[in-house]
Design a protein around this ligand. Structure first.
Ligand code: UDP
Ligand code: MG
Length: 327
């Protein structure tokens, strides 16, 4: 008799940072959805250095339900890295059917998961959930998000689907492909898009946060946007070159005009104002170009250091690697 292999399982990766307030409700709703699925399911909570009871809760969940696993990072690494840690752990597991990524704050409704699975069964390797409306988010946040997606589309060859967060399903081969992208600057939306493979979209309404507060502020969003642009586009570098060239041409034309004036009408009033304007303008442009180059050089520096992306402090359940594992 041949040995019966367990059926491939669906893995759900949940990055969490100080989510103790919503976690019990999230876990209940998620398990309710998973119970109704026709394939086995596993949950992997990735604790991104929470300061509250999130990790203790995840450990409790794991004790109560053998399907639940947990990974605790050594400190807060940011959502993108926490997600990577979770996906890496799942990529090491045998017999993965597909993997779903979902936020713990219930803004991504777990009830959408069966739809993601349906699209995946129709042959899509990546099924992303796109929000139809953003409830409970300020007009300014919506506006900045819209501007950002448009900018990204213009600047980068890798098209990032608009209004799509990290909530999505990845097939086993998409998961493997993603695990092979080891860059330190992890703009996940871009990395997801870079993979390619057949993609499908599911629309849903994004609910407001169930409890707790968002960890995003404008400083963080700005860094996120710069990350997105610089990891997937070198257009800003080219922009610096073009602006530099344009100003040089203008400066040359202006210089020629002044020389001509001297020859035709003789020396006139010394142009203090125009001199100052030119100096300030060119100085500003040079600083801008230097700043842009600096962003890229800095990223190259971070990349060549080849540090591990994250460190794992503790784990519960079978899926998690030993705690001193180096990713
Ligand atoms: N998160 C994380 N590490 C962080 C910040 C956030 O793992 O440093 C998790 C957070 O717990 C949540 C998800 O990432 O599950 C999305 O975070 P948040 O709701 O703050 O972002 P938003 O929904 O506003 O984009
Ligand atoms: Mg949220």
């Amino acid at each position: 008799m041949h040995e019966s292999r367990p059926a491939p399982a669906l893995w759900v990766v949940v990055p969490m940072y100080d989510e103790a307030e919503v976690l019990p409700e999230f876990q209940a709703r998620l398990l309710h959805v998973l119970d109704a699925l026709d394939l086995p399911a596993r949950v992997l909570y990735v604790d991104d250095g929470s300061r509250d009871a999130s990790w203790a809760l995840a450990q409790d969940f794991a004790r109560l339900d053998p399907r639940v696993h947990g990974l605790k990072l050594s400190r807060n690494f940011g959502k993108e890295t926490a997600l990577t840690a979770g996906l890496d752990a799942v990529a090491r597991v045998e017999n993965v059917a597909a993997c779903v990524v979902i936020d713990a704050d219930l803004q991504d409704p777990p009830e959408v998961i069966p739809e993601l699975i349906a699209r995946w069964r129709e042959g899509a390797d990546m099924v992303y959930a796109t929000r139809r409306r953003r409830l409970g988010e300020s007009g300014i946040k919506r506006l900045t998000a819209a501007v950002f997606y448009r900018l990204m589309r213009r600047l980068s060859a890798t098209a990032v689907p608009q209004d799509t967060g990290d909530f999505r399903l990845l097939s086993a081969r998409a998961l493997r492909a993603l695990a092979g992208l080891r860059e330190r600057q992890r703009f996940m939306k871009g990395l997801f898009a870079w993979i390619g493979y057949p993609q499908a979209q599911v629309l849903y309404d994004r609910a407001p946060r169930a409890a707790g507060a968002t960890k995003w502020n404008y400083g963080r969003l700005w860094r996120f946007a710069v990350e997105g642009v610089t990891s997937f586009s070198t257009v800003p570098l080219r922009l610096a070159t073009w602006v530099g060239m344009l100003t040089s041409v203008l400066a040359f034309a202006y210089g020629a005009w002044i020389v001509l004036k001297v020859f035709v009408w003789g020396i006139s009033v010394p142009g203090y104002a125009s001199l100052i304007v030119a100096i300030l303008f060119l100085g500003g442009l040079q600083l801008l170009a230097l700043g842009i180059i600096g962003e890229y050089v800095g990223r190259t520096y971070l990349e060549v250091k080849q540090r591990p992306l994250y460190l794992i402090e503790a784990s519960v359940g079978a899926a998690a690697p030993p705690s001193d594992a180096m990713p």
